[in-house]
Design a protein around this ligand. Structure first.
Ligand code: ASP
Length: 355
């Protein structure tokens, strides 16, 4: 080869390398923390048979199904747990938030995606929005069809979640949950369907944004405290207090409430009827619980609306707390965190107004 040609070749290589380095530097760095769920589930390949086992495939295999994801961002995966989210627990939550806070504290991490089963996704999302100490995006995502199912929804959902995490518009939105091209605030999202692809909703507020042409666009954001404004994001903890949920119904007995109290619950969330109303025997049992120092929050088994303070139930006189529009499972998360700080009824009621 002539020296001129060698020079030309060298210049081309250096030029391409420079472009490659610039592109790499411009792309955001997104970490995917995997916890299992149907998105990593395995059943009979390409089949409509709905039987499968959640949380089987490792994150690298999930990423292999979406090669274009690497055009959106520099994406790396890490396995934090490998469970169906029906088995989600405080230990995994604490591990997850510690890792997220560690990663987001680094300059070379711009956002996080958490792959998660859909059953308890709303609880993990709310826990994280209260405890993550960063403005950078954190997005929870899952799937309703296993990774091996015919027309699996996981790959597109994962792609969208990375698009959300890599988009600067997502900064400061608090933890988000995204599936089926809709984006919800962690506080407001709830699972609304047991099997359908449109499995999430927010009965009181709707989505905060949508995915259009592979990119997020936002219309609203939650004004309730989260992430950097949440005082729970300053809290260091290795355990969470035991808080249980009791379901209300006609002709209810006090058995479950008394059993939780004697098993050492520090808090009880009552999924009451209507506006968090209480069957008389349940009310008596909850009064006994309060007298023993257990903190009682009234929520509702009704899908939408608020559980309002001092309506048919005199919360102040009885020492109960109203959950506002938090459903029982979300109220449980806030109460667990609140109990790390105080058992004072008025202070905890205030948290329910603010978070
Ligand atoms: N049971 C599964 C889970 O929550 C369901 C799902 O991911 O859709 O892990």
């Amino acid at each position: 080869m002539k020296s001129l040609e060698i020079k030309k070749l060298m210049i081309t290589i250096i030029f391409n390398l420079a472009i490659f380095t610039i592109t790499l530097a411009q792309k955001h760095n997104i970490m995917i923390l995997a916890t299992g769920g149907t998105i990593a589930g395995v059943g009979q390949a390409g089949s409509t048979d709905t039987r499968y086992t959640a949380g089987k495939l490792p994150i690298d295999q999930l990423l292999n199904a979406v090669p274009d994801i690497h055009k959106l961002a520099n994406v790396k995966g890490e396995q934090v747990a490998q469970i169906g989210s029906q088995a989600m627990n405080d230990e995994v939550w604490i591990k997850l938030v510690s890792r997220i806070n560690e990663l987001l504290g680094r300059k070379d991490v711009d956002g996080i995606v958490v792959t998660h089963g859909t059953d308890t996704q709303e609880e993990t999302a709310y826990f994280l929005t209260l405890t993550v100490k960063s403005n950078k995006p954190v997005v929870l995502v899952g799937a309703m069809r296993s990774a091996t199912a015919l027309s699996a929804d996981g790959p597109k959902n994962l792609y969208d979640a990375v698009a959300i995490a890599a988009d600067p518009k997502s900064n400061g939105m608090g933890v988000l949950q995204a599936m089926n091209e809709k984006i919800y605030a962690a506080r407001d999202v709830t699972k609304t369907n047991t099997t359908g692809l449109e499995a999430f909703g927010s009965s009181n507020f709707g989505p905060v944004g949508f995915i259009f042409n592979g990119k997020p666009d936002y219309y609203y954001s939650s004004t309730r405290k989260h992430t950097l404004r949440s005082e729970f994001s300053n809290e260091r903890f290795t355990k969470l207090p035991k808080v249980d949920i009791v379901y209300g119904y006609a002709n209810m007995t006090a058995t479950a409430i008394d059993a939780f109290v004697s098993s050492g619950s520090k808090g009880i969330v009552m999924a009451g009827v209507g506006n968090g109303n209480l069957y008389p025997e349940a009310e008596e049992a909850l009064k006994r619980a309060v007298a023993k120092g257990v903190v009682v929050v009234r929520s509702s088994r009704v899908f939408s609306g608020r559980t309002t303070i001092d309506s048919e139930v005199d919360d102040k006189a009885l020492g109960f707390i109203a959950s506002e529009d938090l459903n029982p499972q979300k109220a449980r998360v806030l109460l667990q965190l609140a109990l790390l700080k105080t058992t004072n009824r008025d202070k905890i009621q205030q948290y329910f107004f603010e978070y």
